[in-house]
Design a protein around this ligand. Structure first.
Ligand SMILES: [Zn+2]
Length: 131
């Protein structure tokens, strides 16, 4: 039996918020990352699709990590000197290879002073038309 597990890759780059209260008050950007990681998968575009940037299968862990690396290189984190991108990517690779707890949901301020969120959320596809 072939596994249907796959990751949805999500991205947000834009205005940050001062506190979670902005989300509850409805003043955060509409596409701001959700407070609960699993809620990435409940988001839909106006035409009912999941607003992911990419889908990666379990056989595409290298591609998923390469996407993350390209995104972090494009938007370097403010603390990149003390926590290099290569270390983060190593962590991401190990995480995706695990058997449990295989989601990645990162949010940080970039050197360009934008808030950047990148997420790889594991999905079984069961009951969800997600492609
Ligand atoms: Zn899915």
């Amino acid at each position: 039996m072939t596994s249907t597990l796959h990751w949805h890759a999500f991205a947000y780059t834009g205005r940050g918020i001062k506190s979670d209260a902005e989300i509850y008050a409805g003043t955060a950007p509409a596409d701001f990352p959700p407070l609960v990681v699993a809620d990435w998968l409940t988001r839909r575009t106006r035409d009912g699709r999941i607003p992911h940037k990419h889908l990666f299968t379990e056989g595409q862990i290298h591609e998923a990590v390469s996407w993350l690396e390209a995104e972090l290189t494009r938007y370097p984190p403010l603390d990149v000197e003390s926590f290099p991108i290569s270390s983060r990517i190593g962590y991401a690779y190990d995480r995706l290879k695990q058997k449990v707890n295989r989601d990645i949901s990162w949010g940080y301020w970039s050197r360009g002073e934008r808030y950047v969120a990148r997420a790889l959320i594991l999905c079984s596809g069961h009951g969800t038309p997600c492609r």
